[in-house]
Design a protein around this ligand. Structure first.
Ligand SMILES: Nc1ncnc2c1ncn2[C@@H]1O[C@H](COP(=O)(O)OP(=O)(O)OP(=O)(O)O)[C@@H](O)[C@H]1O
Ligand SMILES: [Mg+2]
Length: 285
């Protein structure tokens, strides 16, 4: 019996060593659609099923995953960029068992970084791949060189929108730019703050149809998350809703999303050589 357990644990170790993390970039066109809340709670969900999860708050202008988790960060990505810290030193334990790399709110704009510093950051992140199952990147809103550098580095891009017409047009614009920038990157759409039955599906179908017709891009369906008063209540408490209210509609939406991502709503690109190689390719451009 103990031999079998031994073999099983050995096998698990080998499997772990031979796999690399799935990198999921959470992005949007319009700001304030729910990216950070989704990224934090999705990180908690994945961690709750035993995955090693790192959430990187790459919204370097308006980073706030630390605020949502009520964490005081002694240091963050800006210290890595300015070479005062190593990436491993700025990672902190988040609630529910994921690890957080805090963003550099208002201090540094990645757009101003030299290629050398960008490469240092990406190399450090790439080293994480081997020791992590899921890397979630909260990219911040809109289309900028920063955001594109992260969507380009991801295995899959999750575009978040709400049913608002402005969010929908901005989501389409982001899909257009990302699909031109990285044509092979699997894209999926998540509709957040859905208020009526069927609304999420309707929004998905509208965007997917236009993307198919005008961009020849296949946008996958990541589902929806209902509008739920528990979300703003949790933000005010600075405690993620999945922990405080695991059965609330938004929490159930996060569980469904995690399942869809795991089942491969946007399958990872096997053989693409990992985060590091993809980023290196980009730097050689
Ligand atoms: N499913 C939901 N139901 C109700 N309110 C929500 C939901 N999702 C997000 N919100 C509200 O929307 C606000 C914005 O959410 P969040 O900060 O996660 O968006 P964001 O896309 O990360 O914004 P930014 O672009 O500024 O980074 C939050 O204050 C939250 O209360
Ligand atoms: Mg945010």
């Amino acid at each position: 019996m103990s031999v079998m357990i031994d073999q099983a644990s050995q096998l698990r170790r080998i499997v772990r060593q031979s796999t690399r993390a799935t990198v999921i970039a959470v992005t949007s066109g319009k700001g304030g659609v729910g990216k950070s809340n989704i990224a934090v709670n999705l990180a908690i969900k994945f961690a709750s099923v035993g995955k090693r999860v790192v959430l990187m708050d790459a919204d370097l202008g308006l980073a706030n995953a630390d605020v949502l988790c009520n964490i005081d960060l002694p240091s963050n990505l800006s210290h890595v960029i300015s070479r005062k810290r190593e990436l491993a030193d700025v990672m902190v334990d988040g609630p529910g068992g994921f690890r957080l790399i805090g963003g550099a709110s208002g201090l540094v704009r990645m757009i101003d970084l030299s290629d050398y510093d960008r490469q240092r950051l990406v190399t450090a992140l790439a080293e994480l791949e081997a020791r992590t199952d899921v890397i979630l990147i909260d990219t911040g809103a809109g289309i900028s060189p920063n955001v594109l550098s992260f969507t380009r580095s991801a295995d899959q891009v999750l575009v978040v929108t709400t049913p608002e017409p402005t969010a929908i047009t901005d989501a389409y614009a982001v899909i257009k730019v990302i699909s031109r920038d990285a044509p092979d990157r699997p894209l999926s759409l998540l509709v957040n703050q859905v208020r009526q039955h069927g609304e999420g599906r309707l929004v998905y179908e509208r965007i997917a149809k236009v993307a198919r017709q005008f961009l020849s891009v296949h946008v996958m369906d990541a589902g929806f998350i209902p509008s739920d008063p528990e979300v703003p209540a949790a933000v005010r408490r600075r405690s993620p809703f999945l922990l405080a209210s695991p059965r609330c509609p938004a929490s159930l939406g996060i569980s469904q999303l995690a399942m869809r991502l795991e089942r491969g709503v946007a399958p990872s690109l096997d053989g693409s050589g990992g985060f590091f190689n993809r980023m290196s390719r980009w730097f050689r451009k």
